[in-house]
Design a protein around this ligand. Structure first.
Ligand SMILES: Cc1cc2nc3c(=O)[nH]c(=O)nc-3n(C[C@H](O)[C@H](O)[C@H](O)COP(=O)(O)O)c2cc1C
Length: 216
């Protein structure tokens, strides 16, 4: 890489370059962070009770078609219903639901009806037969296209077949103001509220009014 290939605004100007912080070797493990933490709703048809399972190993995997993945341990009560129905909903929780999220991640549907116990409201999905969680501002209705046993977890690859969002998040022009949803992240064991917005897609290369690139 030549020095010319770095665009000037990304370089800090003035003074000497500070040396990067020292590194230590750490054991291999799941340290990808922050990650989303979601309430997955499943069951509610084909003889399975409606259930909720907290999932942090969740990710976006494809844009066209829109797809997500969730990684689930086979010993979970939710596992057979996810496997046999091929349907689930990824519900994005807001910070006020952090306790519900944690609780659904330490209690099993084998022992308790999590919808009844938490008071969370099941509403019908529009394209899936399992319920969505009304209190969550965003609900991704999913149909599994592939399951891949990986080891401790089985990966469910799924197409997002419908999305529901709280009407209060839509502004007058129909834009989804997701930054107002108060979503939470999971950070190596901690639930975290999201902080301030520090940039928008492409802001590093966008020109300021007057033609000068923004400084980072
Ligand atoms: C923050 C958090 C994240 C979790 N992420 C996952 C996950 O990605 N995959 C998984 O199989 N279990 C995960 N769990 C554990 C399950 O949510 C938990 O075992 C739950 O009780 C299973 O519910 P069920 O037996 O009703 O299916 C997580 C738990 C917490 C608290």
């Amino acid at each position: 890489m030549t020095s010319k290939s770095l665009s000037p605004p990304l370089r800090r100007t003035g003074g000497r370059k500070a040396s990067p912080p020292p590194k230590r070797a750490w054991k291999p493990g799941n340290l990808l962070a922050p990650v989303p933490v979601v309430l997955v709703s499943c069951g509610g048809f084909r003889g399975f009770p409606p259930n909720l399972i907290t999932i942090a190993w969740v990710g976006t995997v494809c844009s066209e078609p829109p797809m997500v993945s969730i990684a689930v341990r086979p010993e979970r009560f939710s596992f057979p219903m996810l496997k046999k129905t091929g349907q689930f909903v990824v519900n994005l929780p807001s910070a006020d639901l952090a306790r519900h999220v944690d609780w659904c991640g330490v209690k099993s549907g084998r022992d308790v009806d999590k919808f009844a116990a938490t008071g969370l409201t099941p509403l019908p999905g529009s394209r899936v037969s399992c319920p969505i969680v009304a209190e969550c501002p965003v609900n991704l209705e999913c149909r599994t296209t592939k399951t891949i046993p990986l080891g401790s977890h089985t990966l469910f690859l799924a197409e997002i077949v419908a999305v529901q969002v709280s009407a209060s998040l839509l502004d007058g022009k129909g834009r989804l103001a997701l930054e107002k949803a108060g979503l939470i992240a999971y950070l190596h064991g901690d639930y975290a509220a999201l902080g301030q917005t520090i940039g928008r897609f492409g802001f590093s290369v966008r020109k300021r009014r007057g033609g000068k690139p923004r400084r980072s």
